[in-house]
Design a protein around this ligand. Structure first.
Ligand code: SAM
Length: 253
């Protein structure tokens, strides 16, 4: 079985991310045209384990997506997880709903998705996931999206997802995380910067991107994530994979 992540990375990573290569005035990070154009390269060089998560979404879809149900990819960007859901789901009557509030992402996502053969239909919606109705969901993916929602509103977003999921359905949540032990926290930040250096980012690019993300991407600890998912009512909650300060969690209703 061909994994979606391989073909996506091969076909989408054409443009190099040089957004922060030159000295510039620091503006908050936005998912605009410039970012959408280089996004596959940016995420591959910035997020350790990203490709593995996309592989695993395909595999989890094979287990959790049920007949005549809906899968949601919330904060879909260019549709890598949507395609993985589509490739992985094994049943008839399944629909994937891919949602992003960035017009630039949705536009490019439509082009990308049309370039890949996929058996399960993918519907694209430009919307804020804070105001979305979720229904009949057997699998929901929040792959590095919740971290961009204001912290005080994250519980409501997750509770809304929970109420729209079917019993036995799976939520996959990936987030950049922080550590309550400050020594470990600083070590993970440094190792992540090392990962970015090894992937060709300069010190200037690393520091300018960090400043741009500071007020936009607010990470939480692993235990906050797990506790909130349990409090909302998920029956089975666990860490799933972690590379440095990037972690994925599964929550089964
Ligand atoms: C780091 S990217 C997600 C990557 C993507 N899930 C993947 O696996 O390739 C975060 C995405 O979430 C979207 N986003 C952020 N806040 C959102 C919101 N409130 N509603 C919908 N989309 C949002 C951004 O536009 C961006 O495309």
């Amino acid at each position: 079985m061909k994994l979606a992540s391989e073909s996506i990375q091969n076909n989408m990573s054409k443009q190099n991310d040089q957004i922060y290569a030159n000295q510039q005035v620091s503006n908050p990070f936005k998912f605009d045209q410039k970012v959408a154009a280089v996004f596959p390269d940016m995420i591959k060089r910035s997020v350790p384990g990203y490709q593995n998560i996309i592989h695993n979404i395909q595999k989890l879809a094979g287990i959790y997506v049920t007949k005549n149900s809906v899968c949601y990819d919330l904060g879909c960007s260019l549709g890598a997880a949507s395609l993985a859901l589509s490739h992985g789901s094994q049943h008839s009557g399944v629909k994937i709903i891919a949602v992003d509030n960035s017009a630039a992402m949705i536009e490019r996502c439509a082009t990308n998705i049309s370039g890949f053969k996929h058996q399960t239909p993918i519907e694209l919606i430009q919307a804020d996931i804070q105001h979305l109705t979720i229904n009949n969901a057997s699998m929901v993916v929040l792959n590095y999206t919740l971290q961009f929602i204001p912290q005080t509103l994250r519980r409501d977003v997750l509770a809304n997802i929970y109420q729209g999921m079917n019993h036995g359905g799976l939520l996959l949540l990936s987030e950049k995380i922080i550590f309550s032990d400050e020594t470990v926290n600083q070590l993970m930040i440094e190792l992540h910067h090392q990962f970015k250096r090894e992937n060709g980012y300069s010190e200037l690019e690393i520091s300018q991107k960090r400043n741009a993300l500071e007020t936009v991407l607010v990470p939480e600890t692993q235990s906050s994530h797990l506790q909130r998912l349990k409090d909302i009512g998920f029956s089975h909650v666990s860490g799933y994979q972690q590379q440095l300060n990037f972690a994925s969690f599964i929550a089964i209703k």
